[in-house]
Design a protein. Structure first.
Length: 433
């Protein structure tokens, strides 16, 4: 792209990153300016606390940015003080998808409930991860990645729970970053294979809630490790803790497994299956915050068949206690008036400090690399309306050596990434030439 071309583009900028987002999952404010001559200015509602503009710094190495303490960190941290909307329950399912996720989705659909799923691309699914197969409720062989498509197609929200479910605070900086970034890449590759739209995973639940809840033995300098893990998470999305632990992951009861074939877990013979199902329900419904109708982020796991069987009565009980249900994305929009995507610096794959070649793209599906949508351009492409609005890619992204601006042409427009601008005005689009 020539410099003259860039100047021409800069004169007719369509706001993309500013107030552009339509709610992907219901609720929240609608889009703002689509004036093709508007400058990229922030026209979103005021934030409380105010959202600072933060320029990325690379001083801590690839993928690790300094966290600005005034940026929203997330929800439900230990110690309370996080006032959630009264009478709203946020069901958050961790560690899936698993053999039981399909039936859990059936229940959620039958009950008219939307939830948030924090996904592991591998973990219990083994090295094949989301491409591995399982036996579904009908006895048919199915592929885990199709459950991801169901989750997004049916209005649920998916978030990042790392690839292998390791305690981030016990890992090196690079290993912890890889756990988050590789998970996002594998989840998006799986979504593309199913025909679903790829998306940044801007909600993060670190395994075990670490570093706020510790699990594995920490390194010699645990404070530094916890700080690093906290920053890693905070710079990839909103950190989602919980206010009620259903206790479903406390042990595997007799008859429980993460797979329909059974086995693979160490069972606590002192806990019967029926007792565990009842305990999950009573732990949640008996929590003092429920009687007070306080907002609740509820931790459950779609890897437990006992959770599957506890779910219908759990939802009914919460409804009887006066609760409605929401997703964590809706919570972010309710609290800050904008999507989580614009509240965080963005996941590591889209980090301006990470080389474009390492951002990953949908090339793994066998698509022509010259006509793929990669890395941070995914975010811009999806946010702008994707194929419906922009059409197919007409060529590969190109970066101007002088300005650093990366652009990619599409059927109906040109997307540009401007590293010299402060987020959220780094992404712009012009109409097709
Ligand atoms: Zn987990």
């Amino acid at each position: 792209m020539t410099r003259a071309r860039i100047s021409a583009l800069a004169a007719a900028v369509l706001v993309l990153a500013c107030g552009r987002d339509k709610p992907a999952d219901g609720g929240g404010p609608g889009p703002a300016s689509t004036d093709p001559t508007a400058l990229c200015v922030d026209d979103g509602p005021a934030l409380a606390p105010a959202l600072p503009t933060v320029a990325p710094t690379c001083s801590l190495g690839p993928g690790v940015l300094a966290h600005d303490a005034s940026r929203p960190l997330g929800f439900g941290f230990p110690g309370g003080g996080d006032e959630l909307p009264a009478g709203v329950a946020y069901l958050t399912f961790d560690d899936g998808p698993s053999d039981w996720t399909g039936e859990i989705l059936d229940t959620l659909a039958a009950k008219g409930v939307h939830a948030t799923f924090f996904v592991n691309a591998r973990n219990m699914k083994g090295p094949q991860g989301l491409d591995a197969t399982y036996t579904d409720a009908a006895g048919q062989t199915s592929v885990y990645r199709d459950l991801l498509k169901r989750e997004v197609d049916e209005g649920h929200v998916i978030g990042n729970h790392t690839v292998d479910h390791k305690d981030l605070a016990a890992l090196s900086d690079d290993a912890a970053a890889d756990q988050l970034d590789l998970n996002e890449q594998l989840v998006n590759q799986a979504l593309i294979k199913t025909g679903a739209t790829p998306r940044p995973l801007t909600l993060v639940r670190p395994p075990f809630g670490s570093p706020w809840h510790h699990h594995a033995p920490l390194p010699a300098d645990p404070a530094a490790a916890a700080d690093t893990a906290g920053r890693l998470v905070a710079n990839r999305g909103l950190d989602v803790m919980w206010t009620i632990d259903s206790s479903d992951s406390a042990e595997w009861a007799t008859g429980e497994s993460y797979t329909r074939a059974g086995g693979g877990v160490t069972v606590d013979a002192s806990v019967s299956y029926a007792d565990k199902v009842a305990r999950i329900q009573s732990t949640v419904l008996g929590d003092p915050s429920i009687a007070a109708r306080a907002g609740a982020i509820i931790l459950v796991h779609d890897t437990h068949n006992a959770t599957r069987d506890a779910l219908p009565a759990l939802i009914d009980g919460l409804r009887a206690a006066g609760y409605s249900f929401g997703t964590i994305e809706e919570l972010a929009r309710q609290r800050w008036g904008r999507p989580s995507l614009t509240l965080t610096p963005g996941p590591g794959l889209f980090d301006a400090c990470v080389a474009q070649a390492q951002w990953g793209c949908d090339g793994a599906t066998g698509a022509d690399p010259a006509h793929s949508v990669c890395g941070r351009l995914w975010r811009a492409y999806a946010s702008a309306g994707g194929a419906d609005k922009l059409g197919a890619p007409l060529g590969a992204p190109a970066t101007d050596a002088t300005t650093g601006v990366t652009s990619q042409p599409f059927e109906h427009g040109v997307l540009e990434l401007h590293p010299e601008r402060v987020a959220p005005c780094t992404e712009t689009m012009t109409a097709a030439p």
